[in-house]
Write a protein that binds this ligand. Sequence first.
Ligand code: CP
Ligand code: NVA
Length: 311
Amino acid sequence: MKGKDILSITDLEPETISVLLTDALELKGGRQRRIPEGKVLALLFEKPSLRTRVSFEVAMMGIGGSSLYLSPAEVGLGKREPVADVARVLERYVDVIAARTFSHQSIEELGNHCSIPVINALSDLEHPCQAMADILTIIEKKGDINGIKIAYLGDGNNVASSLMLASAMLGADFTAASPDGYQVKAEIMSQAEQYAWQSGSSINCTQDAGSAVVGADVLYTDVWTSMGQEEEARVRRDVFFPYQLNSELLCNAPESVIVMHPLPAHRGEEITAEVIESPHSVVFDQAENRLHVARALLLYLLGGLGVYSDA
Ligand code: CP
Ligand code: NVA
């Protein structure tokens, strides 16, 4: 591991991600593990959450630690006081921070100003914990991640960025079909291309959703309007409509394709009710895996590999 902060999925080495996912599967299978007593997680959230907040709280409880939730109203990150001060105060009280911020810069600032691990619980740039749960789900459903073909439809957002990077790191082919102006950021793309070159996979971008789904093992979509972009919702609905994951598009994919979405989903926008409720959909297994990944990650950060013990 490069450092203790997990601000980007690339803060973990590909081998470390594989170890964490193996751990997560063991934990899912019932293996009990605990961290040293008295550890506390602070959940510092500027945006709403169901899965991330609850999975981290339940994970921490399950491995013998405790957590506390700090809402936007309570902390006022960068408003009531500077991010650097929040970091330097929190490190005196808790052992790890999971932060959900609007700006990725805030989360980097948190990481830069405290010695305890900071986990990115979603920023405008990345959502690494989601990507790990997504990869775990693909491994469970498809038996592997190496060589798997993932087609992502829609906004080149935080979720797309982390998943693109994780796919490239672990040898999956990733195609993103997004409208002009809404592609995954160029810096993320070139980082992903470098990883893909090392792992032997491929990264592609297209504006043609129809061709992206042909031969795909996984179809993935996310909301068209992310938290913080609400004022753009109307424009985005029009721009993204040709990228809707609907039955017509699904018909072009192999029968064995799985459909993924990080949730919350907007039925009738990025995905139709028919598709998300179809037998292809694995969205609730994906949501469950957030918990197993959170447990593996917290054990790794707070106990250390080989240090934490079987209960
Ligand atoms: N997928 C995800 O991060 O969900 P929440 O926003 O509910 O945490
Ligand atoms: N892209 C979405 C993901 C929510 C889990 C957002 O940032 O709002």
